[in-house]
Design a protein around this ligand. Structure first.
Ligand code: NAD
Length: 299
C-alpha cells in the first residue's frame, strides 16, 4: 500500500527558528548591556569551511548578535591556536566559541576542543557537554542532531516508545543523535560500518536517521511503511544530465525510492542542512542567557 510521503521542509523550519531567536535577542542584549556574541575560528584555507564560516557570520548578524571571525593561516601552531582560545574564553563579549573543523593535520583536534570553556562550547563537542548529554544534564547539544530532533518533534507528536535506528556513530552526529532519541524514550539502535544486515535493522525503525556520508545508500525498500526518515548526509555527485562537469547534492538516502513508503522524509538539500546553523544560533542565545543569569530561552 502506498502512503503519501511528506517532504519535511527544514529550510522553512530553520527560518522560523531564526526569527524566534531574533525576537528573543533584544531582551538578552538589554540584560547584558551588549549583543550576544559568537566567535568563529578558522584555521587554513578550506573552501567548504570558508563558505560555512561566511554563512554562520551572516546569519549571526541577521538575528542581531555580534559575530567575531578569527581567520588564522594554515601553518598556525597548536600553541598559538590554544592561546587564542584562552583569550576568547576570557573575552566578556564572547558567549559562544566555535572552531571550524577539520583543523590542519599538525593540530590535535581533541586538545583544541578540550580547551574551549564548556559554558561557551556552542558546538557541544567538549567532553563535558558530551558527558552531560549522556547523563541527562543540561549542557550544549551538537547542532546537527539538535536540528534533527526539532524536525522529528515537529512531525511526530510523541516519540516515546518508538523504534529509532541511527546509522553512523560519529561524535558529532550519530552518537549525540542516539542520546537525544534515548532521552525522548525511543528504543534506539545504533548502526555503523560493521553492522550486519543493515537493511533488516533499518526495516524495524519508526524513525531512521542516516548520518553516513555515502550517496543514496539507504533504499526505499529498507524503510518500514510510514516511517520518518531524517537524512543528514551531504554528498556531491556527478550530474551529467545537467551538463558537462556539473554536480549536485544528494543525501545518504535514496529520496526518490522512499516516495510512497516513508511517512515523512527530509530532502537534501533543504532538510537537515539549514537546521545546523539555526541551532548554532539557538545554542549561542542559550549561552548568552546563562551568562546573563537568565533562564534558558524557549525557541
Ligand atoms: P563520519 O565519517 O564521521 O561518520 C560516518 C559514520 O558512518 C561512521 O560512524 C561509520 O561507522 C558509518 N558508516 C560508514 N559506512 C557505513 C556503511 N556502509 N553502513 C553503515 N554505516 C556506515 O561522518 P559524519 O561527520 O557523522 O557525517 C555523516 C554525513 O553527514 C556526511 O555526509 C556529512 O557531510 C553529513 N553532515 C551533515 C551535516 C549537516 O549540517 N547537514 C552536519 C554534519 C555532517
Amino acid at each position: 500500500m502506498s502512503v503519501a510521503t511528506q517532504a519535511i521542509d527544514g529550510k522553512a523550519f530553520a527560518e522560523r527558528l531564526r526569527q524566534r531567536i531574533a525576537d528573543h535577542v533584544p531582551s538578552v542584549e538589554h540584560r547584558l548591556g551588549r549583543k550576544p556574541g559568537l566567535a568563529v575560528v578558522l584555521v587554513g584555507d578550506h573552501p567548504a569551511s570558508d563558505v560555512y564560516v561566511r554563512n554562520k557570520a551572516k546569519q549571526t548578524v541577521e538575528v542581531g548578535m555580534a559575530s567575531f571571525k578569527h581567520a588564522l593561516p594554515a601553518d598556525t601552531s597548536e600553541a598559538d591556536l590554544l592561546s587564542l582560545i584562552e583569550t576568547l574564553n576570557h573575552d566578556n563579549a564572547v558567549d559562544g566559541i566555535l572552531v571550524q573543523l577539520p583543523l590542519p593535520k599538525h593540530i590535535n583536534e581533541a586538545a583544541v576542543l578540550a580547551a574551549i570553556n564548556p559554558t561557551k562550547d556552542v558546538d557541544g563537542f567538549h567532553v563535558i557537554n558530551a558527558g552531560k548529554l549522556a547523563t541527562g544534564q543540561s549542557g550544549f547539544v551538537p547542532c546537527t542532531p539538535l536540528g534533527c530532533l526539532m524536525l522529528l518533534k515537529d512531525v511526530i507528536d510523541d516519540l516515546s516508545g518508538l523504534e529509532a535506528v541511527v546509522i553512523g556513530r560519529s561524535n558529532i552526529v550519530g552518537k549525540p543523535m542516539a542520546q537525544l532519541l534515548l532521552a525522548e524514550n525511543c528504543t534506539v539502535t545504533m548502526a555503523h560500518s560493521r553492522t550486519k544486515n543493515l537493511s533488516a535493522v533499518v526495516k524495524r525503525a519508526d524513525i531512521v536517521v542516516a548520518a553516513v556520508g555515502r550517496a543514496e545508500m539507504v533504499e526505499g525498500a529498507w524503510i518500514k511503511p510510514g516511517a520518518t526518515v531524517i537524512d543528514v548526509g551531504i554528498n556531491r555527485v556527478d550530474a551529467p544530465e545537467q551538463g558537462v562537469h556539473k554536480t549536485r547534492l544528494v543525501g545518504d538516502v535514496d529520496f526518490a525510492s522512499c516516495q510512497g513508503i516513508a511517512g515523512a522524509i527530509t530532502p537534501v538539500p533543504g532538510g537537515v542542512g539549514p537546521m545546523t546553523i539555526a541551532c548554532l544560533l539557538a545554542n549561542t542565545l542559550t549561552a548568552a542567557c546563562r551568562h546573563a543569569g537568565l533562564p534558558d530561552p524557549i525557541v
